[in-house]
Design a protein around this ligand. Sequence first.
Ligand SMILES: [Zn+2]
Length: 445
Amino acid sequence: MTRIHVAPVLTMDPERPRAEALAVAGDRIVAVGTLEEARAAVPAGTPEQPHDGVILPGLIDAHLHMQRGGLKALAHLPAGAGLDEFIETMGRTFHDEDWPRRQPPTLDERVEGIDVAQRLFHQLGFTGIVDPATTIDEMRGYQEARRRGVLTMRTVAMPYLEPGSAATPDVDAVIAHLEGTGVSTGFGDDELRIGPIKVYADGEALKGQALLAQPWDESGYTGLQRISDEDFRRLVRFCAEHGWGVGTHAVGGAAIDLVARTYADVGPAVAERRFQIIHGYLEPTAETIATAARAGAIASLQPSIIWHNGAGLRAKLGDRAERANPVRSWLDAGAVVAFGSDGPFFAFDPRHLVWQAVTRRVRDEAEPLSLAEAITVEEALAAYTTGAAYAAFAEESRGMLRAGRLADWALWSDDPTAVTVDDLRTLRVLRTDVGGRTVHDEAAG
Ligand SMILES: [Zn+2]
């Protein structure tokens, strides 16, 4: 169906940031521009639909455990619960098991969970995600959801083969698994694609496991390294030579530095296969950030983690916590920054995360973290659109509203770049379309 949507458009296209109409035919955008330009691009008599609100590209969460969120919703959320209840419940059950039932989830339950979760995430303006640690069972779940025609959230699934587990006891076993199927990173399409593999370099910051260059305290302890330098180098080299990308969880400065230097050694595969540094938020040096950016690594960052952990990090590290989540530094070094949430565990509402990245406020603290690492609303939206699209192998098809691209867009109640920063969190997403198909419509209920 062909239609002209008439409303102010925030395109995220640097060549034409603003427009007044969006013409869509089938699953594609055919024109973005003035109303006259849109009319000229479609047959005479094409219906025109005026909207009260502002059109933005569909957002992409570059780090969302959507299927786990769906199962968690099935286990903890009453059927038919709305978005606010979902957000509240996921916050309240932060420490609970995702799936507290005796039997592991069936394939049907996985598909049902995906269906429940994606509907709720569409209500936040999301049209795509990167699932940052997809187990074999989760991969089956996504594949089956797609086969049944259920999957409306465009999904990039990052395979997670845990070294030390029964299936893959060591790095050699991980490599054998990766080699065994003949597919690699990028395989798939805009609906479901295989992303880089997920690897852990260190642990979690609030557990004191982030691997730091300076000790955590006077004991001299510097954190937890989860894979040896040599194993990591071997795995990264294998991946670079065999078409696999790598997304490495690296929280502390020493872990981030290991990842940056290892990536820098393997050349153009880093950019081609969208290697990521995931989290990258605690004490990376300027030199480390520059090395990673030059190597072509994506900085996959989550303002939500600092919102949750900021007060705890201040308690542990004092002033050393002030520069946590250095988004400004990553951007200024020229890295592609992709925003995500690490939901459903951490806050995943993009209105809240954009606000956090701008204000640097943290939960339970009156004072924000150092504003030297603050960014603008426009930069935060770019991280959720063009930046995250690049991480999703979709920089040619999604992330901005431009003729020829997929018609993934959301109608917001107001322009996020025009409201006061505190009003960001009161905006509503009125409608969301994926490939020209409406997947959320507030008016329709
Ligand atoms: Zn995660």
